[in-house]
Every structure is written in C-alpha cells, then in structure tokens.
Design a protein around this ligand. Sequence first.
Ligand SMILES: C[S@@+](CC[C@H](N)C(=O)[O-])C[C@H]1O[C@@H](n2cnc3c(N)ncnc32)[C@H](O)[C@@H]1O
Length: 417
Amino acid sequence: MPLLNWKGKTLSPPAPAALVQDAFLYPGGLGYPDAPSQGRLILGDNLAVMSALLPEYEGRIELIYADPPFFTNRKFSARIGRGEDSRKPEEWQLAEGYGDSWQDLDSYLQFLYERLALMVRLLAPNGTLYLHLDWHADAYARLILDELFGSGGVFINEIIWTYHGPSPIKTAFNRKHDTILVYAKGRDYTFNTDAVREPYNPNTIATFKSSRKAGFGKIPNLARGKVPEDWWYFPVVARLHGERTGYPTQKPEALLKRIILASSNEGDTVADFFCGSGTTARVAACHGRKFITSDISVRAVHTARSRLAETERVFSLEHDSVLTPVMAESKKIRVHVSADSVRLETPLKVDFWEVDPDWDGHVFKSAVQAQRHTRSGELPLELKIKIGRKASVRLVTIQGKEYQLNIQAVANTANGL
Ligand SMILES: C[S@@+](CC[C@H](N)C(=O)[O-])C[C@H]1O[C@@H](n2cnc3c(N)ncnc32)[C@H](O)[C@@H]1O
C-alpha cells in the first residue's frame, strides 16, 4: 500500500485530558434532577479529549463524523448578536470564530493524522467514520485513512456535497463542493438503506410509467423511493435562516440527518470531536442517539449548548482541566426571585441563561434555560422555577463571556456578589 509521508510524521500516544464534570443540562427541566445523561459536550483539544475517552470508549463508538479545519489558511469569524438585518452586513457584529492557519502542510497533516488515528481506535468494529474536507486536503486524507484503516478497512464512499453561493473566483470554475470520505473497519458496518431513501425524480417515474421496456425491463419499486447517489445537494446554512447560529462553517442539519440515519441506530453513540456549532450532536439527539462532542473553542461549546438545550436529551458539560472556563461575577447582574420564578435584570447583552434551583457548589444542574431568539433577537427574562435555599444562575453574553451568580438564601432580590 502506498504511504503518505511528511516532515515530522509520528504517532506517539497523546497525554489524556483530565476531564472535569462542570454541569448537567436538563432541557426545559426534563428529567431534572435524576435522569441519566445521554450526551457529553466537552471543551478541550480533541487530541487530549479522545485520549481520555479511550479507556471507556475504545472500539465502542458506532458513528464518528469529523469536520476539521480544511487547510484553507484563513481565519473564520463568528456572527453574533442574532436578530440582525441580513441586508445590512455593515451592522453585523463579529467575534472570533476559529482559525485554520498552518505553518505548512506538514504540520496540518500531522494534526489530522494523530487525531484520525484516535478516531479509528474509538470506532466500533461495525462503526463508520465520515471525514468532511474539501479540495485543499481531501487527497492527502484519503491516503492517511487508507493507512490507518489498514488492509481490513473498507472505503465505503466518497460523497460529494454540492451547494451554491457567491464566489469571487474569475480564473477557475466556482469551487462549490466538499468531499466526505466514508470508511469502516470491516464489511459488517451499519447501513440503513430504507432510512435514507428519497423519491425518484418525476421524470424517471414518468419514463417507467410510459414504457414497460425502460430500465431494460427491470422496474424499480417507484413508491419505495431510491437510495441516494453519492453526490448530495443541500443548501448551505446561510440560506436556511431557521437553523443558522452565526458560528462559521456551520453544516446543514439535513446533511447530518442523512449520515446519522444511514450509519447509526437508535441508542447508538455518535461522536463529533470538531463540534463547532453542535450540528452533529443536535441531530443525533433529535433522533434518539447518544452523543459525544467536543471543541477547543469556548464559543463553539456555548453555541452547541444553546442548540442542545432545545432537544429532549439530558447532557453533561465537561472541560479539560487546562481549559477551565472563567466564570466572572458582576455587580451589573440582578436576579429577582419570587415563589415560582426567577427574573433577570442586567444591562449586559445576554445570549443564554439558566438556573440551578438547588446549587450544590460543585456541579451545576441546569433545570431551566432561556436563549436569545435567532431571528427576533429577543430573550426571555423570566423563567418559571421554584428555587431552594441555595440556587445559582449562569449566563453567557453575546460576546461569549460567562457569568455565575449564586443565590445564598431565599430572598426577593440577589445582586452580583
Ligand atoms: C469546520 S468547524 C466545525 C463546524 C461544525 N461541523 C458545525 O456544523 O458547526 C471546525 C471546528 O473544529 C474546532 N477545532 C479545531 N481544532 C480543534 C482541536 N484541536 N480540538 C477540538 N476542536 C478543534 C474549531 O474550533 C471549529 O469549531
């Protein structure tokens, strides 16, 4: 088998992260406070995170989707604030999203190689790995995956995801597709054909209806639909305002839905260690799968948490101890407590807030949550919840700063400490 080489190619065992359990989130109070967690959202470098997961998950994850930086040598910024007028880009508020800048191709390939090696170790014997890239590096990745999966591995598909969009290119055809490489460890991988069938093109149906000889006499089951081709058209998220978070390079839920339905079953574990805005975890949660997802960026984890809070799956928030999020305190935050609700008063531009009505001083158990509405930009400032003797409120501003306010005793008003 031909092997790809680069300067500094090596595969040394990475040091595992020390994962700290920070919070459990019960969407809308569902199952609070005892329901078991169905998902894990982890802040940390995925190399250390995956390494820490090996003892529990080696060979046990049924589906891994990976959407790493593509080697574009660009910086992607996030759009924040929500509710902004999409016709007036000069008024959009921007913040740091994530970087995709590399010293050279060697360092990028090494980055990919050591992470893909861990994904292959975590993958179940009947599991599937989807690696999403584009023309910048997909050819190199194909050789790396051939090497990591070895002679027993199966290269299932090269999926082409096509889309439209503006482009400044004048010297080549517009580059409007990504490549998703799909691999398994053996022939026994999950593939749910019927879960992803789609209707035949009306022209195909008309052809078969008009002539018994069409298709060389073999008439497909037109009502059942067909297995999609390996080229997929889904519009990019910029055009689907409903699901847009403002996080850069967010992938469409429809794309992940097809992948998850085809390559996992209910109750399976789906992982995405480059989670970004949390698309994979959200779609997995909405379809009865467990999830593990991680990102090195605090903004990505905030975005994913807000999206996951809209699902019906209880999940935990963890972080690598070297990346402990800073929980600020502020005199600008006041909460008013009544018999059955908590009301927030602050000049800060809050994006998301939540309440633990029974704060134990260690792990935050989020029983109610509110978030700024994507289109209207409005944020509910009152949450229905009965609080105990000690409670805690956490909030995240649109700039991504996180605050915590502990309410020490039953009182009508609690100020920032
Ligand atoms: C292309 S984006 C993923 C977008 C995502 N699929 C979505 O739908 O929003 C790549 C993500 O990888 C994250 N990332 C880059 N290096 C990482 C690392 N070493 N560990 C964890 N996450 C990393 C970035 O912060 C970024 O959010």
